[in-house]
Design a protein around this ligand. Structure first.
Ligand code: B1M
Length: 233
């Protein structure tokens, strides 16, 4: 129950989604879990629960964090509540039976501990048929290089949420260039402060605005890779 007065299961869909935004704001993990399950039981598709209830709720948290109304400890609680909802959705998003597409190594770059967006991209990519190797947060270039050697992925994905950490993507890409392996992989970047121009400037193949775009972009690049292999180029 959200509080003494509110029975989540008695709310209409719209009221419940609104309540989820409030509960995410207040970092109420159990309520988010319960409401996520209620929406699924009512026949909502997992992607709609994710975007309309959870991601939208986090967007609101982000505004008040920016404006100094919420602080780190509160936002951490919101993040934990969001992750609890995502944990319920993950197997459902992954179980689409999509044909195998390829392998993605993804991680948040050095100095940065934001992982909700990266996790979401990973979940959606799994659902689209990619094998996903998640390097977690705060990754120095060595972690990407080790994973490349170990996993032989098709795609390297990097996430950054801070203006101070996003330049580190260039360090990773430049190191790949120095080692002569840059062109062997598709490099996709994402994160709230990035844009297309930045993606080009650091030498990525593409900037992905959100998880859905990441999936479409990845599939597109994999198709191009297969086409050029078939053509012998
Ligand atoms: Co932080 N934080 N935070 N934070 N935090 C931001 C990013 C900030 C914009 C808030 C603000 O001030 N408005 C601001 C950055 C400002 C700037 O750089 N200019 C900020 C700050 C300042 C900080 C600290 C420095 C605060 C402090 O300590 N004083 C600190 C830094 C810690 C560090 O990393 N070293 C910090 C800490 C934290 C928490 C730990 C409290 C928590 C993170 C918890 C966690 O992730 N486990 C947190 C949170 C939650 C946020 C906000 C509120 C929400 C981020 C989020 O999860 N969004 C954020 C505000 C904002 O972004 N507006 C903020 C939801 C998520 C679904 O969206 O991550 O954008 P997003 O991911 C999207 C796309 O960007 C894209 O797809 C995703 C899904 O659609 N995408 C990719 C992301 N990665 C991709 C990779 C790809 C492709 C697409 O690869 C192929």
């Amino acid at each position: 129950m959200a509080d003494d007065d509110i029975i989540l299961s008695e709310l209409s869909d719209d009221e419940l989604v609104q309540q989820m935004h409030d509960d995410l704001y207040d970092g109420l993990k159990e309520e988010i879990e319960e409401a996520t399950q209620i929406l699924l039981d009512r026949g909502w598709v997992p992607y709609d629960v994710l975007t309309k209830a959870l991601v939208e709720g986090m967007r609101i948290v982000g505004i008040d964090f920016r404006d100094g109304i919420l602080f780190v400890p509160e936002v951490l609680l919101s993040a934990n509540a969001m992750k609890a909802g995502m944990t319920i959705l993950r197997p459902l998003l992954a179980a689409t039976g999509a044909p195998k597409q390829g392998k993605l190594v993804i991680g948040t770059v050095k100095g940065d501990i934001h992982d909700i967006g990266k996790n979401l991209v990973g979940m959606m990519m799994e659902g689209a048929g990619f094998d996903v190797i998640d390097l977690g947060i705060n990754n120095p270039v060595e972690n990407y290089l080790d994973a490349i050697e170990r996993e032989q992925p098709d795609i390297i994905g990097m996430s950054a949420l801070l203006t101070t950490t996003m330049p580190y993507m260039k360090v990773v890409i430049d190191t790949m260039k120095e080692k002569g392996i840059r062109d062997d992989y598709i490099v996709l970047v994402g994160g709230a402060p990035l844009n297309e121009e930045f993606g080009k400037a650091v030498g990525a193949d593409a900037y992905c605005r959100d998880a859905a775009v990441a999936v479409e972009t990845a599939k597109d690049f994999i198709a191009r890779k297969h086409n050029s292999l078939a053509a012998g180029v």
